[in-house]
Write a protein that binds this ligand. Sequence first.
Ligand code: ZN
Ligand code: ZN
Length: 159
Amino acid sequence: MKRRTTIHLCPYGVPGDRSRELAEAADDVVAGLGCTVALAPPFDVGLNLEPPYNARELLHALRQLRPSGPVLLLVDNPLIGDRHRPVRGASERGGTVGVVHIEGAADDVAAVAHEVGHLMGLAHCGYPGCLMGRRPSHDRKGACDHCVALMDAVGDSFL
Ligand SMILES: [Zn+2]
Ligand SMILES: [Zn+2]
């Protein structure tokens, strides 16, 4: 499939070289979703939040910066969701802003790819091994055929 969208990874506390590695690895994992993953050009996120970061507040602040395309913020601190429940990441489904906690763990790439899937419009998927499963796992190799077919259908509807 032709890759139509670029999702930019924007480091916030995560070192640039680690972020570049993640961008390259995630770009391979999301092949089939019709997007490219790349490190963002230098971009001053100018956020001033205390960890643990409230994911909803963070996405709101990021949206105010009006990024020119989809941006996934890579943070080096824990995230909390609604009712202070810890979350690994959060993204607007089919939107422009997302965030993921980079833990320095084996499943960081899968966690990045999962949020990219949400930004591309995918919901959670119950197919074993699909990167859109609810719990990120480093043994997920990519999107399942069902998710890829969904992205193909979305692409066709814009032709
Ligand atoms: Zn998810
Ligand atoms: Zn799937």
